[in-house]
Design a protein around this ligand. Structure first.
Ligand SMILES: *Cc1c(COP(=O)(O)O)cnc(C)c1O
Length: 228
């Protein structure tokens, strides 16, 4: 089942890339393994996946201890400052930097272990109340500046979550917004490489709008059981 899902999602990504003239090798597939056991991650790794995404500091720490050291861990959830110390030692890329306070703490913790931490800034591109991510323009540019200058941070790009809706236009406009900010920053001389956007239900639209990192859970691991 896992093998079939992985083959299937990989084919869909390849097909979409071909259709829109993008290079499949430039796309990173992050398998979002949150709420699934470590054994499933190990199994998925056998079928060629290397990047896994978690959204809870404790769960990430536990899985990183159990699973193969070759795995590249992505932290994709809201990160509280007091949990940073558990995430920085294991995270390949932190997608969800949304405040100066958080960026500052990541920089400090990375410095302590002599690491340059890869990060993305999370941008709020929809109006949903529940979404984290930076909003005011001034805060945003202050954060961008700090992250690109901090000694122990490596700012690689931007991340967003589209609104939960069946309205394809709303989803697309959210991705377009992120792409617009990305282009603006690169025109201003920032050297951003990555756009993390697109999940199980909207990754094809995200690819059309320029995503370089897809975060896909359900299509790979099946439904999550929130009652556990
Ligand atoms: C859970 C999660 C995903 C994966 O969602 P699916 O719909 O299962 O593909 C992607 N990004 C973030 C930030 C998530 O929390």
């Amino acid at each position: 089942m896992l093998e079939k899902n992985i083959l299937n999602i990989t084919e869909r990504i390849k097909d979409k890339c071909k259709q829109i003239g993008r290079n499949y090798s430039e796309i990173t597939l992050v398998a979002v393994s949150k709420m699934h056991p470590a054994e499933m991650i190990t199994e998925a790794e056998k079928f060629g996946l290397k990047h896994f995404g978690e959204n809870k500091a404790k769960e990430l720490k536990q899985k990183a201890q159990i699973c193969s050291k070759d795995i590249k861990w992505h932290f994709i959830g809201h990160l509280q400052t007091n949990k940073v110390k558990n995430v920085v030692p294991v995270a390949f890329l932190i997608h969800s930097v949304d405040s100066l306070k958080l960026a500052n703490e990541i920089n400090k913790r990375a410095k302590l272990i002599n690491k340059k931490q890869n990060i993305l800034i999370e941008v709020k591109t929809s109006d949903e109340e529940t979404k984290y991510g930076i909003t005011s323009r001034q805060d945003f540019f202050e954060l961008i500046k700090f992250c690109s200058e901090a000694e122990n941070l490596n700012l690689e790009g931007l991340m967003t979550m589209a609104p939960f809706t069946d309205d394809e236009n709303l989803v697309r406009s959210s991705f377009k917004k992120l792409r617009g900010v990305f282009d603006e920053l690169n025109n201003d001389g920032y050297n951003l490489k990555h756009l993390s956007m697109g999940m199980t239900n909207d990754f094809e639209i995200a690819l059309e709008e320029g995503a370089t990192i897809l975060r896909i859970g359900t299509a790979i691991f099946g439904n999550r059981n929130y009652n556990l």
